[in-house]
Design a protein around this ligand. Sequence first.
Ligand SMILES: NC(=O)c1ccc[n+]([C@@H]2O[C@H](COP(=O)([O-])OP(=O)(O)OC[C@H]3O[C@@H](n4cnc5c(N)ncnc54)[C@H](O)[C@@H]3O)[C@@H](O)[C@H]2O)c1
Length: 445
Amino acid sequence: MKICMIGSGYVGLVTGACFAEMGNDVICVDENAEKIELLKKGVVPIYEPGLKEIIDRNARGGRVVFTTSLEEGVSACQICFIAVGTPQDKDGSADLKYVLQVARQIGALMTGYKVIVDKSTVPVGTADKVREAVREELVRRGLGSLEFDVVSNPEFLKEGNAIQDFMRPERVVVGTDNVRTAALFRELYDPFVRTTNNPVLLMDIRSAELTKYASNAFLATKVSFINELAILCDMVGADISQVREGMGTDSRIGPRFLLAGPGYGGSCFPKDVQALIHTAGTLGHSLEICQAAHRANQKQMAYFAGKILSYFEGLNVDLAKLKIAVWGLTFKPKTDDIREAPALAIIEALLARGVSVHVFDPIGMDNTRRVLGDRVRYAQDGQDSYGVLDGADGLAIITEWNMFKSPDLGRMKALMKSPVVFDGRNILNPQEMRAQGFTYFGIGR
Ligand SMILES: NC(=O)c1ccc[n+]([C@@H]2O[C@H](COP(=O)([O-])OP(=O)(O)OC[C@H]3O[C@@H](n4cnc5c(N)ncnc54)[C@H](O)[C@@H]3O)[C@@H](O)[C@H]2O)c1
């Protein structure tokens, strides 16, 4: 099939590359000329394991090309995926300006039948708005009778594991209102589910739109639930890892998304929970559980920062003279994405109290520099994670990169001014840390 992928970010690039990998012809469009130039030169502008290999292979085979020209994409392809950002607006709603702008542009360019697909995460009712936007442009051009369909096909990939998730999805959700597009999408996704027999779930458009938000809000709630209990574990002297094991082995509950940490972040959960709350709010309905999940998450980030600050306050240390090292900035491992990363909120809380913060992340340093600028100190080029420990009063581990899981404790102790570790991901062994002379704090253990 000939596919136009509009928006070549984390979702658009992975989706476009994986469709090409299955033999489709894909044109990836982005308005960011710098991004497209890099892609044309074979440089992938984001960090996603395995993505470069797939792009290289398919670019060589001519199955994926990159352009800033939407006209080129729309004229060559019958299926146009919209995969642009839907950031959080001031009132918590999803800002649809990029999605609707693209819809209008498609309406202004198309000359024959098109299938327009909402791949971006968009609130219930957006397909209708996309349809309206396209129709308005067609009418303006005197082409009001030109046919097109709108499909909702939300994406469930996880950054860091996106290729695997897209190539072998647990399910594909497709919202359609006619048999023509239903058949087309069955065919498009068949290669991705043929070996696993996982389902392509065809449903009505509004249900598909809501499914994406329901999934993210549920997962965010699971994380907030375990985080809230982790604080209670700290208070009562229980161990959240053992509690998780005890409850997670119940097949009705399951162990996933039950790891206590410094709060959820990323480009999806925070904004999607807010957008769902907003959608319900506009209809006079209050989503109590989602609101609580959001509040608990805010509290969790403050709790972790508070743990660090209150320890040193208890020692009557002048916070303005304190140096805290941070390991891990991205919102999770195996991505360079720092959008809404807990590390940012935690670092802000430390900076607000005058603490000097020295940071290291294997992949996320450049993106962090764009946000925090020179307000923190960065591990210098070529320095490994240990560089930032030199003279540090404490270390905060915020992202669970594998490289932090078995550190050289002797080297750490020799470098740090005081061997205090705040393990925001519970990746180190408390007994061993204490036996090696560290003052160790996890979350809920
Ligand atoms: N990142 C994820 O893990 C993930 C997972 C599932 C769903 N989603 C959803 O997918 C959507 C995209 O997310 P993302 O993380 O890929 O965003 P992103 O910011 O990485 O990429 C969006 C891209 O769209 C481009 N763009 C914006 N307006 C454009 C226009 N008019 N024409 C052409 N290109 C345009 C931007 O330049 C950018 O490159 C969002 O709705 C998001 O919620 C994201």
